[in-house]
Design a protein around this ligand. Structure first.
Ligand code: UTP
Ligand code: MN
Length: 526
C-alpha cells in the first residue's frame, strides 16, 4: 500500500493540480473504466500528478487498489512484476488490463480511453528485453569456472573443434574452441541470438551452429559429424595413447578403422602405441579425483624417498578443480636451485622397482636460457625433464584407504629394498593378464600419469603453463605477444621491448607482469 506520508504528499498535490486540470469532463465519464496507477517505479509525485490529470478528464482513478479496478497502469514494470504486486494486495482475480503508462497518456491526450494495442500491454518476463552478454576478448581476461550454463552449445562447438583438430585443421579448431570458451564464460544460459550481439570470437560458422541449436535443439553439422565413419574411426584410433591425427589418418587410408582391424593388420606399433593398445579400455575411462590423489601419495612417497625436501604439486585439470581427467599431471621441484638435477631417473626407478609403472618414457631437460633464447611464443612445446607414463593403480591405493597406502609407502620407504618388486612380480605375465579379485574385478587399473621436473627459478612459469586449460594457455601467450610484446612459455617471460627476462616466483607475479588481473586456477576452465 501507499505509505501514509506519501499519501499526504499525493493529496496535497491533488489539491494543487486539481485547479489546473479540472473544469472539463466531470467525474466518471467512462463507467467501464476504473483505473489504478501503480506507484512502484513511477514514484509518488508522478503518480499523484497523473491521477489528478485523469480525474480532470473524467476518468475514475482510484487511490487504492481494489477488486473494482479494471485497468492497472504502470511505468517500467513487467507484467509478471505487476501481477506479483497485485497478488500481494488482494487474493483472487486480477484486473483484465495491465497496461503501460503510454496507454494512459495517449488516453489523456485523446480525452477518452483509447483502443488497447499490443504495445500498450505489459510484457512478460520471457519476452521482456533480453539480457545482452558482454565479455572481454581474451580467455585469460575472463573468469571461467566449471559452472557452465551453456553446455549444450559448448559441447556442440567442442565436438566441431575436435573434429577440425583430428582433421589437422588447427585454425578452425581454435576458432571453435574460442567460441565455446566465450559461451562457457557467460553468467547465464543463452536463449536468444540477440543476446550474443557484440560478443568476441563468435564467427559466422559458430553463430550458425548456435542458432540452429537454439531453434531446433540440435545442429545438423554436429549430428552428421558424430555419425560419420571417418570421425568415429579418428576418435577410436587417436584414443590410443601414442597415436596422433597423422598416424590415424594414414591407417584409415589403409582401411584400418577400429582396434580389431588394427590388431589384424599386422601394423608395426612403437612401444608407446603398443602400451596404449594394451591398456586401451582403462585409459579411455576417466580418472577420478580420488584416483589422482591416491597416485599423488605414491608420487610424493617416491619423491620424498629419493630427494627429501623436493615438492610435488598436482597440476593440469585437477588443479583447476575438475572432478575427472584423462590423465594426472604432477610438477616436481626443489627449493634449492640445481638440486632437482638428476631427480627424474631416481623417481622413475623408485616407482619402477615397486611395480608402479606399466610404461614410461622420460625425456631429458633441453631448456637452456642462454642457448634457447626467449621462450618462443609459436611453440607450446616445453623442454622440461618429463616422464610420460602409464601408472598401475592397485585396489590397495585406489580404495581411498590412505592408512593402508601410507603404510605400504612407509614400508617401501623404510626397506632399502635390494630387489623387492612386489607389484611387478604379482602381475607378471602381461599387463592385462587380468588377475581378478574375489569380486571378479581386476584389482588394478592403468592410469596415464605425466611427471614434470622444473628448477625452482622456473617453477611459477611451469605451474602456470601446466595448469591449463589448453585454451587458457594459448590465450595467455596470445595476450602476451599481441598486447604486451612479450613472449611467455612454461619456462620464462621475456619482454621484447625491454629485451630482458621478467622474473617471477609466483603465478600472481606473472599475471602482474602481463598486466592481467590474477585468475585463480578454478577460474581458468576456458
Ligand atoms: P592435459 O592435456 O593433461 O589437460 O594438459 P588437462 O587440462 O589436465 O585435462 P585432462 O583432464 O587431463 O584431459 C595439462 C596442461 O599441461 C600443458 C597443457 O597446455 C595443459 O595446460 N601441457 C601439456 C604442456 O604444456 N605441454 C605438453 O606437452 C602437454
Ligand atoms: Mn591432465
Amino acid at each position: 500500500m501507499v505509505p501514509l506520508k506519501r499519501r499526504k504528499v499525493a493529496s496535497s498535490q491533488t489539491g494543487n493540480t486539481g485547479t489546473d486540470c479540472g473544469g472539463r469532463g466531470g467525474p466518471n465519464q467512462f463507467p467501464q473504466v476504473v483505473l489504478f496507477l501503480l506507484e512502484r517505479k513511477m514514484g509518488a509525485s508522478r503518480r499523484a500528478f497523473l491521477s489528478q490529470l485523469g480525474r480532470g478528464k473524467g476518468f475514475q482513478v482510484e487511490d487504492s487498489f481494489s477488486q473494482s479496478v479494471s485497468h492497472v497502469i504502470s511505468e517500467n514494470n513487467r507484467g509478471d512484476e505487476v501481477r506479483a504486486w497485485l497478488d500481494s494486495q488482494v487474493r483472487g482475480q486480477t484486473p483484465v488490463h495491465l497496461l503501460d503508462v503510454s496507454w494512459y497518456t495517449e488516453s489523456m491526450r485523446a480525452g477518452r480511453p483509447v483502443e488497447i494495442l499490443d504495445r500498450h500491454k505489459l510484457q512478460q518476463a520471457d519476452e521482456a528485453e533480453v539480457v545482452v552478454f558482454s565479455v572481454p576478448g581474451y580467455a585469460c581476461q575472463r573468469r571461467t569456472t566449471l559452472d557452465n550454463h551453456n553446455s549444450v552449445l559448448t559441447d556442440a562447438l567442442s565436438l566441431l573443434a575436435e573434429n577440425a583438430e583430428l582433421s589437422e585443421d588447427d585454425g578452425r579448431g581454435v576458432a571453435f574452441r574460442r567460441a565455446a570458451a566465450v559461451l562457457k564464460a557467460l553468467p547465464g544460459a543463452v536463449t536468444d541470438m540477440t543476446q550474443l550481439r557484440g560478443l568476441p570470437c563468435l564467427g559466422g560458422h559458430s553463430l550458425r551452429v548456435i542458432k540452429e541449436i537454439l531453434e531446433n535443439g540440435a545442429s545438423s553439422e554436429v549430428e552428421s559429424t558424430k555419425q560419420s565413419e571417418r570421425y568415429k574411426a579418428l576418435k577410436v584410433l587417436t584414443g590410443i595413447f601414442g597415436v596422433g591425427a597423422k598416424t590415424a589418418d594414414r591407417w584409415i587410408k589403409e582401411g584400418i578403422c577400429d582396434l580389431h582391424q588394427l590388431q589384424d593388420s599386422g601394423q608395426t606399433l612403437n612401444r608407446t602405441q603398443r602400451a596404449g593398445l594394451d591398456h586401451y579400455d582403462d585409459l579411455s575411462r576417466p580418472v577420478t579425483k580420488a584416483e589422482a590423489d591416491a597416485i599423488g601419495e605414491v608420487v610424493e612417497g617416491a619423491v620424498a624417498s629419493v630427494l627429501p625436501g623436493a615438492r610435488v604439486t598436482l597440476i593440469g585439470g585437477f588443479r583447476r578443480g575438475k572432478l575427472t581427467g584423462h590423465d594426472v599431471d604432477f610438477l616436481i621441484t626443489h627449493p634449492e636451485e640445481g638440486r632437482e638435477v638428476g631427480l627424474m631417473p631416481k623417481v622413475v626407478s623408485w616407482l619402477e622397482s615397486r611395480g608402479f609403472l606399466l610404461y614410461q618414457k622420460t625425456t631429458r631437460n633441453s631448456y637452456l636460457e642462454s642457448k634457447t633464447g626467449p621462450g618462443r611464443p609459436s611453440s607450446n612445446m616445453d623442454r622440461f625433464e618429463r616422464c610420460l607414463s602409464i601408472f598401475k593403480l592397485t585396489e590397495e591405493e585406489r580404495g581411498g584407504n590412505t592408512e593402508t597406502l601410507t603404510e605400504s609407502c612407509l614400508q617401501s620407504l623404510s626397506t632399502p629394498d635390494p630387489n623387492p618388486q612386489p607389484h611387478a612380480q604379482t602381475h607378471r605375465g602381461g599387463p592385462e593378464a587380468g588377475q581378478t579379485n574375489p569380486a571378479g574385478r581386476r584389482p588394478w587399473r592403468a592410469v596415464r600419469v605425466d611427471l614434470v621436473v622444473s628448477p625452482i627459478s622456473q617453477f611459477a612459469f611451469a605451474l602456470l603453463g601446466w595448469t591449463g586449460s589448453k585454451l587458457f594457455e594459448r590465450e595467455l601467450r596470445r595476450w602476451a605477444a599481441h598486447e604486451k610484446t612479450m613472449s611467455l612459455s612454461s619456462h620464462a617471460l621475456y619482454d621484447n621491448k625491454q629485451e630482458r627476462y621478467l622474473r617471477a616466483t609466483s603465478e600472481e607475479e606473472i599475471f602482474a607482469h602481463l598486466g592481467l588481473e590474477y585468475i585463480h586456477p578454478s577460474e581458468r576452465n576456458a
